[in-house]
Design a protein around this ligand. Sequence first.
Ligand code: ZN
Length: 145
Amino acid sequence: MFLRSLLEKVDKFDPSKAPVVNDRVGKTDVVVGEMTPELIKLYGVISEEGTALAELGTSLMAKTEELGKNITGAQLDQFSAEYGIARDRFTALQKLLWAEIKDAFPALGGHEQVGIREGFKLVIINDAKCNCPSCMAARILGIIG
Ligand SMILES: [Zn+2]
């Protein structure tokens, strides 16, 4: 089960090795908190999975080109299945990451437009019509319009 190996990878991951987020907090972003080291570890592992998925895509493309006209239907099906499984797994992991983040930061719940900014700050993005306590406080403070 990849779920079990995910937990093992998260436990071992050094949070200082997670990819740095460079996006600054924007004028219309509402900061609700900072990711905990455990969430940063999960984010780091899932980022590595994203890199691995991109590399798999590149390598399957190269194999397909190498085989050229000699590629068989069975080989194409195999490549497509291999990539499809990896892509579905990555999509599930991305959803899991946001579910874990929202579980730890309920203020993000109910918002579709959320993001991670510099310093692993978690933000609600430009939600000027929302009446939840975070968005209302941000409007009172003049952070969002
Ligand atoms: Zn809101």
